[in-house]
Design a protein around this ligand. Structure first.
Ligand code: 13P
Length: 256
């Protein structure tokens, strides 16, 4: 049985002060929900210290970064290293988000280097993959997902793979209000799991959590999480208010 994992990707929203306010409201209403689902918040880098200090040590909520450098240190203006994140008690790191791929030119090879660097520091990657509408409509869905997975995970052994969460985010569903149908999402998730089974083993693939991302909200989270291969969500817009994120988590947990 895979424990659901629901993660908030705040993207370039919510500064340090707002993060503190958000998390004090959010954690006061979480109840025991973190027994049933792993809850993760990914603030912008500058809001991470405020977010960490606003969390009670026993809140059960983990912090993620939205990105990380593939380098250790040195002349890399604007970059942040895994060691700096570790110092802030960050546990997860989103790697290969479609916005990083399309707006900042991240390739599968760079994403692979970042995953390796994250694992070397014992951070848990949330490894994002997903196709554009063009790719889906031209029948390339499986080809695109297979190459993102194969190249992104090249050289990652079983031990490290077990610590990776995969996020399937169809690009056409991100921030558009167009959510994939449950059938489309389940089909893609099952395919992703089968590729992982080919690369590793069926047994390992059964343990990997695959999140869905793209216009997930409280009113569609339940039916998505009820699908056999959907193990959580990576949530943008609906994670920006404590109440809407709490409602989404409750709906996901009730179904998952
Ligand atoms: P939305 O939930 O705003 O569509 O964003 C999804 C996403 O990109 C999460 O990483």
């Amino acid at each position: 049985m895979r424990k659901p994992i629901i993660a908030a990707n705040w993207k370039m929203n919510i500064g340090p002060k707002e993060a503190e306010d958000f998390l004090s409201t959010f954690t006061s209403q979480l109840d025991n929900i973190t027994d049933e689902a792993d809850v993760v918040i990914a603030p912008p880098y500058v809001s991470i210290p405020a977010a960490v200090s606003a969390l009670h040590s026993n809140s059960g909520v983990s912090i993620a970064a939205q990105n990380v450098s593939e380098q250790d240190s040195g002349a890399y203006t604007g970059e942040v290293s895994t060691m700096m994140l570790k110092e802030l008690f960050v546990r997860y790191v989103i790697i290969g988000h479609s916005e990083r791929r399309t707006l900042y030119g991240e390739t599968n090879a760079l994403i692979n280097a970042k995953i390796k660097k994250a694992r070397a520091a014992n951070l848990k990657p949330i490894f994002c993959i997903g196709e554009t509408l063009d790719q889906r409509e031209s029948g390339k869905l499986e080809e695109v997902l297979r190459s993102q997975i194969t190249e992104g995970l090249a050289g990652i052994d079983d031990k490290d793979m077990k610590e990776i969460v995969v996020a399937y985010e169809p690009v056409w569903a991100i921030g558009t209000g167009v959510v994939a149908t449950v059938e489309q999402a389940q089909e893609a998730h099952a395919f992703v799991r089968s590729v992982i089974a080919d690369l590793y083993s069926g047994e390992l693939a059964e343990k990997i959590r695959i999140q869905y991302g793209g216009s997930m909200k409280a009113d569609n989270a339940g039916e998505l999480l009820a699908q056999p291969d959907i193990d959580g969500g990576l949530v943008g817009g609906a994670s920006l208010e404590p109440q809407s994120f709490l409602e989404l988590i409750r709906a996901a947990v009730a179904a998952g």
